[in-house]
Design a protein around this ligand. Structure first.
Ligand code: ADP
Ligand code: GN1
Ligand code: MG
Length: 369
């Protein structure tokens, strides 16, 4: 067994799962953590869990992060019980370690956690049914409402300046300057694309400083594969990937969902002719998100939804490009040039949003109420 396999099995054995460990295979398509589907068996019955090695390079304060996850999931669990829902499926549930802790540190310092596996539900990488996307909009809108009552001062900021696009621009500029991999010469068009769009990168924070845009407790990573859709009912069942819950902007929760889900192609599509903003999907998500947020968004927030979508797409493309320039150390990649492919889809989508800007604005107005 490789060192990695040994650590994984050590971690699997550390949690208070039912029965004996039967298998533990890589699972899902997240870019940050290492995720495994852990299957255990007792008396011929299978018990399934998610085992995750948390990315300690990305999340420097694992203890603070896990306090956030524990706090938010316990808070949601109470609300689900009040609404007579199923708390084992409608929120993530941490499985404690055998000594009662929320996470485990293995003998070489890696951090692990386990969740109950939510079965009969799917995380999609592309919208297959429009209704699913509507449901996810509603769920993310509602999620913000539920978290509106969460004590924000108890939250750890797990990645400072996570959606501070202007700060990310500075990191990008530095990566271009340093050019540690010698890749900058080959991506001059992409570098120009970012630089031409610097001017409105700080708009959200500027408005917040002026008291015109509220800071809210938000999810901050609202792509479609971070929400589970119930296979039987087609309804959004559970919002997952709670690592980045911290104070942020509603327009960015909305925007990140549009970036990923209203794209007619996958995030890493190589054929850029397939990439575009689907206005029907944009509309359906907007309707869901505004319904789900139940009138709590201010007029400025609603006005800025299209900006949120464009900025999240530009920011994400810039982050992929930065990582490409720095040698692919942040996002998991599985092929040569993977981050550059991802960057190009994002920029193609930004360009299409710019072409469709007035239609995006009109659609938001239609549902503004
Ligand atoms: P990352 O931060 O790497 O994106 P996620 O927490 O999003 O990690 O998990 C990666 C994938 O694992 C998800 O997209 C989903 O498919 C799957 N997953 C995560 N948690 C659960 C769960 N409790 N039940 C079933 N599948 C899950
Ligand atoms: C990462 O963890 P995951 O795969 O859901 C990233 C997001 C990016 C996304 C791009 C903590 O999300 O910010 O938008 O990749 N998460 C972190 O797909 O950086
Ligand atoms: Mg994820």
């Amino acid at each position: 067994m490789s060192e990695k396999e040994v650590r994984k099995m050590e971690a699997a054995e550390a949690f208070a799962v039912k029965g004996q460990v039967k298998s533990c295979e890589p699972y899902g398509s997240g870019h940050i953590n290492l995720t495994f589907r852990l299957v255990c068996e007792e008396d011929g019955q299978e018990y399934v869990y998610i085992l995750q090695q948390m990315n300690h390079d990305v999340f420097r304060d694992i203890d603070g992060l896990m306090k956030n996850v524990k706090g938010v999931t316990s808070f949601l669990r109470r609300q689900i019980l009040e609404n007579h829902g199923d708390p084992d499926r409608e929120t993530l549930n941490l499985v404690p370690t055998k000594d009662g802790k929320d996470y485990y540190q293995d003998s070489i310092g890696n951090y692990w956690r386990a969740y109950l596996f939510i079965d009969r539900a799917t995380c999609y990488n592309l919208v297959e049914k429009e209704e699913d996307f509507y449901q996810s909009g509603k769920a993310f809108g509602r999620f913000q409402c539920l978290l509106a009552d969460y004590p924000a001062d108890e939250l750890t900021e797990t990645i400072p300046d996570f959606h501070n696009t202007a700060a990310r621009f500075l990191t990008f500029q530095k990566a271009v300057e340093e050019d540690v991999m010698g890749r900058a010469a080959g991506v001059q068009d992409e570098i120009r694309f970012v630089r031409e769009r610097e001017k409105d990168m700080s708009l959200a924070y500027d408005l917040q400083k002026e008291g015109r845009l509220p800071l809210r407790v938000s999810h901050n990573d609202t792509k479609l594969n971070n929400i589970m859709i119930d296979d039987a009912t087609g309804q959004a069942l559970c919002i997952i990937d709670l690592d980045t819950i911290m104070p942020g902007f509603s327009i960015f929760d909305y925007g990140d969902s549009i970036r990923f889900g209203a794209n007619t192609a996958q995030e890493d599509e190589r054929d850029l002719s397939k990439v575009s903003l689907s206005l029907p999907l944009f509309e359906i998500y907007t309707r869901g998100f505004l319904e789900g947020s139940e009138g709590r968004l201010t007029e400025t927030e609603t006005d800025m939804l299209p900006y949120g979508a464009r900025m999240m797409t530009l920011e994400c493309g810039m982050r992929f490009l930065t990582d490409y320039l720095q040698g692919d150390t942040y996002f998991h990649t599985s092929r040569e040039g993977h981050n550059l492919d991802r960057c190009r889809t994002q920029f193609a989508l930004v360009a299409d949003m710019e072409r469709k800007w007035s239609q995006m604005k009109d659609i938001v107005k239609k549902y503004q109420g």
